[in-house]
Ligand binder design. Structure first.
Ligand SMILES: CC(C)(COP(=O)(O)OP(=O)(O)OC[C@H]1O[C@@H](n2cnc3c(N)ncnc32)[C@H](O)[C@@H]1OP(=O)(O)O)[C@@H](O)C(=O)NCCC(=O)NCCS
Length: 179
């Protein structure tokens, strides 16, 4: 079953990205080193990198029930950030979220993730997981507010290319499951 390409919440619209979104994504958050500090992908330095992300997202949407979603303001459609489902199998996927700096601290990540959990359930996922750096409290707070449970510490698991740490770092593994 394919996921809807657009979902509305009280204040947000989650929608499938389009090629024309590249420059807004680049300007709003992908090139911001503060925003990308704890992300698994390097801060974008050229629009080509943002276009490559959009091509990757198209491939995911073609192959799986869903892929990336842009998080937009319902009021005027402005791009605030992105989230999505990264399928590992038809039953298991990972998620993450990123917001432009001026959109932090208003509950948007929690509102977007709650909607994404609904999408995950609707497409038949049995497990949705998320990894985050052990120091990144605001991120794991969002996960906990959306009902994810902390399953454990994965030691030396993930490289964070925008941190000054050379090797892989410890992460918390969170997941929510669907019966
Ligand atoms: C992490 C991020 C998504 C949070 O988005 P947000 O919309 O501000 O999150 P919300 O407002 O929904 O919730 C944040 C929660 O963390 C809490 N929080 C914020 N900073 C915190 C800190 N330093 N320590 C502990 N809790 C913190 C907030 O108080 C809030 O919890 P509350 O509702 O119980 O008060 C956003 O800051 C972001 O995009 N950061 C950059 C990208 C990123 O790091 N993504 C996550 C990668 S794993």
């Amino acid at each position: 079953m394919k996921a809807p390409e657009q979902v509305e919440t009280a204040r947000l619209v989650l929608r499938r990205p389009r090629a024309a979104d590249a420059s807004d994504i680049f300007d709003r958050y992908a090139r911001d080193p503060v925003v990308t500090r704890y992300l698994s992908w390097p801060t974008h330095v050229s629009l080509e990198e943002t276009r490559a992300f959009l091509a990757f997202s198209e491939g995911a949407w073609a192959r799986w029930p869903a892929g990336a979603y842009l998080i937009c303001a319902r009021e005027d459609g402005a791009i605030l950030g992105s989230t999505g489902l990264s399928f590992e199998t038809r039953l298991r996927a990972a998620t993450g979220y990123v917001l432009a700096r001026d959109a932090w601290g208003r509950g948007y990540a929690t509102e977007a993730l709650a909607a994404l959990v609904g999408i995950a359930r609707a497409v038949g996922l049995r497990r949705l997981e998320a990894l985050c750096h052990v120091d990144h409290q605001s991120s794991w707070r969002v996960l906990e507010k959306c009902g994810f449970e902390r399953e454990g510490r994965l030691r030396r698991h993930s490289v964070f290319p925008n941190l000054d740490e050379p090797g892989p770092c410890d992460v918390w593994c969170y997941a929510t499951t669907f019966d």
